[in-house]
Structure formats: C-alpha cells, structure tokens
Design a protein around this ligand. Structure first.
Ligand code: ADP
Ligand code: MG
Length: 465
C-alpha cells in the first residue's frame, strides 16, 4: 500500500519547492467541503463537514490518500474537496465542563433545567456542603438531585462506580444509565460558557477515541503521564491530564498549539475528551534533548550537530514570535528530538497563563530572565534569555545550568551581573551568542531572526570546510 513511507512521498518531502501549493503532510486533519456519497473505485466517501486524516500525497497531481476519522475507511480524495482545519481562537468562555454551574442552590438548578426534558442535566457545587457536587437531572417533569461523594480521591454517586473527575463521570452516565433515573442526554450549559468539545469538534481538532491505540509510558509530565500510541497508523505521543481543573487550564495551551505549524514545533494532532483530557501529539522518537545529550555525550554527538539543534530551536522560536506567542519555559527539557535528529520546541505549557497570576515560586528560576523574575515582564526577549541558557545546556551536553548554585544564589548573582562561564570546548562564537542573550537590557538581546542568521552562516562555514 502507498502508505506514509511510500517513495513518492519521501521524494516530495525532500524537494519542497516542487510541491503543489496545497501541501498537507501525512497526519494533517482536514475538513471536507461537500458531500461525496457516490465515490468511484478507490475513492473515499464522505459528507460535508467530515474530518479526514491525510495519509499520503498521490503521484497524480491534486490527489491525496486519506482516512475517514469516523468510519476508518481509506481512499483517494481530491485536494479541492477538503480544507485544512481551523485554529481555535483563545476564548476564556470555552469550557470542558459547560454543564458545571458552580455554586448555585437546588432551587436555581431546578429553574435552570426548565422546561423539563428527560436527560437534561447540570452539575453544581453544593452550598451546604462546600466541596461536594450535585448532579441534577431532569426526568418526568421533575428534577432529581444526586449527591456526588468525594472519597479517597474518587467521585461516586452510588459507590459501585467511581471516577477521577467530573468529566469522566458525565462521560460515563451519558453512555450508561447505571443507578440513576435516566441516561444523561443533554448538558445544560452555564450561561456565558461555550462547550469546548463542540468547538473543537467543529474546527476539526477532536479525535476519535476508537482509533487511538495506547502503548507504553514514555515520560512523566508535571500533570500526568505521557504514553506512546498510534492514531490511524501514525505514531503519536499522548499526554493524559486526569484532573479536570488542570485539563481546563491546558485547554489554553492546546488552543495555542492549534495556531502553529512549523517543522521545529512539536505538532498537535488533536485532543480527545476522555479520562480527563488526552493531548495527542506527533511522536518524537528520541525523547527530550537533555536525556538525548546526556546519554550520548561528546564522543557520539559532534559540535556540528549541536549547532544544528541550536538552529532548529531558534527557527521554531522565530516562528512562535511571528505568531505573537511567548513560550516562557524554554529549556532543553522542553525540546524533543525526532527520529531524524530534528529538534522541536514543545510544551507551550506556560505560553498562556494569566501573567498577573504567575506564582514566582513555580518559575524555572535558572532559565528565567531577570526582568521576568522580578517584574513578571515576559516577552520574546525573555525567551531569548532562556534560549541563551538552553545553548549552555546544549554545549555542555545536558548539564544543569549554574552548577552547584542554589536558586537564591543564582537570582542574586545574576542580578549583580554574574554570568556562566563557557562550557568546555564550546566554540567561541556560541559563547559570544549566549552572552548576548544574557544582556541585562532586554532590547540589547538579539532577535531569534538574528540568531538564526548567525547560526546558518556558521553552519555553512563548517559544512564547506
Ligand atoms: P511536562 O512539561 O508536563 O512536565 P512534558 O511535555 O515535558 O511534560 O513531557 C514529559 C516527558 O515525556 C518529556 O521529557 C519526554 O521525555 C516525553 N514526551 C513528551 N512529549 C513527547 C512526544 N511528543 N514524543 C516523545 N516523547 C515525549
Ligand atoms: Mg516539560
């Protein structure tokens, strides 16, 4: 079968200038523009608004092989019958739990569920027992209130089934009536909120759980495990965020990821609302850059490769800047390496959180620019500072910056003008670059564009020698 690795595709990938205008690499999710109910042989059938995944570019111009996300069928379709899915606009009213009304009374819940409709539901926080939840369900002209008991980190209505979070609980009772009066049918959204699930589905970012196969655990994030997996034949990494409040916070990170597409940024394939939240990303076979460098070391990884990594990262960051996104947690641990040794920036984790609410104690002090540390002034220029620290990590093969110094010492000494020494055998121009990233005055630091140009020039130099 002409799959992802077919000769036609790999050839095309290495000759980007010959590509047709619309070039969608395998894994791209597209939305169909019209019905195509009577497909010819080998063609894919679809209805307007269906989501399909591109699996390969065909040799015949303007055609793709694609897989239908619902049916799982594979076939050909013309480029003109699909459009790429849209970025999700950052919208604070977008909610993973639009049915969660917060602290309202039982009487208010009954009013909210008018007119009666079997299976119409909402969840509220109990006023009398703060911290407890109540599931309110409309059934036969009445509203029934189920107390949700929180015990040993689990939520439960009837003690036979329990859940990590409200999202899972609602998902369960929408499929299975269990011990309650009716299956949940329709969420009653809290006024002023929009269902993230619906918006994600409409824009084409909601993936189908049935097509996801989960494998081994490959990492542990701050908020949950990262698993290897496969989605429609493509290797993926899946971050699972189980806590519903954290999942809601991650929605912002995820919406930021829908806006970007660049060879040096880890690509978001989509999300699934299950077990809290699954964030499905492209799989980066060689893991994070710190481990990559530590486990291989100087004898395996040459300086030229390090410069190439530095260039990859600055290109990704230059693009991020063009999209007006500030990363805020740029560090080698958040750079991932692909099978082909391409470095990509990941973890737009802090790329959004409300600036004023930043908890200083949670900042990665050794990577954070002084003006960001002291006055919360995050900008692309503070990302450039972090990039300088990252360069130091890279050229020291994954050492922790400011060796043997405490966070307090670092903050104080840096403020006084102290900077790290060059790593062992670090090319002088790289050390000069690092130092320029560590200018106290943010305006004096180079832009990612400038950094990119410098590195490209040096690489050419080395390549030619
Ligand atoms: P967090 O920032 O929430 O702590 P990360 O996103 O950094 O978590 O992920 C933790 C680890 O999981 C990474 O260091 C890396 O080893 C692994 N990992 C994360 N995303 C991927 C991916 N797309 N491909 C391969 N490994 C990944
Ligand atoms: Mg991380």
């Amino acid at each position: 079968m002409g799959g992802v690795g077919s000769p036609a595709c790999s050839q095309l990938r290495s000759r980007p200038c010959l590509l047709p205008q619309k070039h969608w690499p395998p894994g791209t999710q597209c939305i169909t523009k019209h019905d195509h109910s009577k497909p010819k042989t080998h063609q894919l059938a679809f209805r307007k608004g269906d989501i399909v995944t591109i699996t390969a570019l065909c040799e015949e111009k303007g055609w793709y092989r694609a897989k239908h996300n619902e049916t799982g069928e594979e076939g050909l379709l013309s480029a003109s019958s699909v459009r790429e899915r849209e970025a999700i606009r950052i919208d604070p009213t977008l909610s993973l739990m639009p049915w969660f009304h917060g602290k309202i009374s039982g009487v208010e819940a009954v009013q909210a569920l008018q007119p009666p409709e079997d299976g119409l539901f909402l969840v509220r926080e109990s006023i009398r027992h703060p911290g407890d939840y109540v599931l309110c369900v409309s059934f036969g002209k009445e509203v029934i209130h189920y107390r949700v008991v929180y015990e040993e980190n689990r939520l439960s209505i009837d003690a036979t089934v329990s859940f990590y979070n409200l999202i899972d609980m609602i998902e369960h009772y929408m499929k299975d009536q269990g011990a309650i009066c009716t299956k949940l049918v329709k969420p009653k959204p809290k006024p002023g909120t929009k269902s993230a699930e619906q918006e994600l589905a409409k824009a084409g970012w909601l993936l189908n759980l049935q097509h996801l196969m989960l494998g081994d655990k490959i990492g542990e994030g701050e908020f949950g495990a990262v698993l290897q997996g496969e989605y429609m034949g493509q290797k993926v990494a899946v971050k699972n965020i189980k806590c519903d409040v954290t999942a809601q916070a991650f929605l912002a990170e995820t919406t930021a990821m829908t806006k970007v597409r660049h060879k040096n940024l880890v690509r978001l394939l989509g999300v699934i609302l299950h077990n809290g939240l699954y964030i499905v990303m492209e799989f980066m076979a060689k893991g994070n850059l710190v481990n990559f460098l530590r486990t291989r070391g100087r004898s395996v990884v040459q300086a030229k490769q390090l410069i190439q990594f530095a260039l990859d990262i600055s290109q990704g960051m230059d693009y991020l800047e063009s999209k007006k996104l500030v990363h805020r947690d740029l560090a080698a641990r958040n750079i991932l390496v692909s099978e082909e040794n391409v470095a990509k920036v990941s973890d737009f984790g802090l790329a959004k959180v409300d600036l004023k609410g930043t908890d200083i104690s949670k900042l990665p002090v050794k990577w954070t620019a002084p003006e960001a540390l002291k006055h919360n002034k995050f900008s692309t220029k503070s990302d450039v500072w972090s990039y300088g620290i990252l360069l130091w990590e890279v050229f020291s093969y994954g050492r922790a910056p400011y060796p043997k110094m405490t966070l307090k010492e670092v903050a104080e000494l840096v403020e006084k003008g102290h900077r790290m020494e060059a790593p062992e055998e670090c090319p002088p121009f790289i050390y000069a670059l690092m130092k320029s990233c560590w200018e106290t005055e943010p305006g004096k630091r180079p832009s990612f564009k400038k950094i990119t140009e410098k590195l490209q020039k040096q690489l050419k130099h080395i390549g030619g020698s």
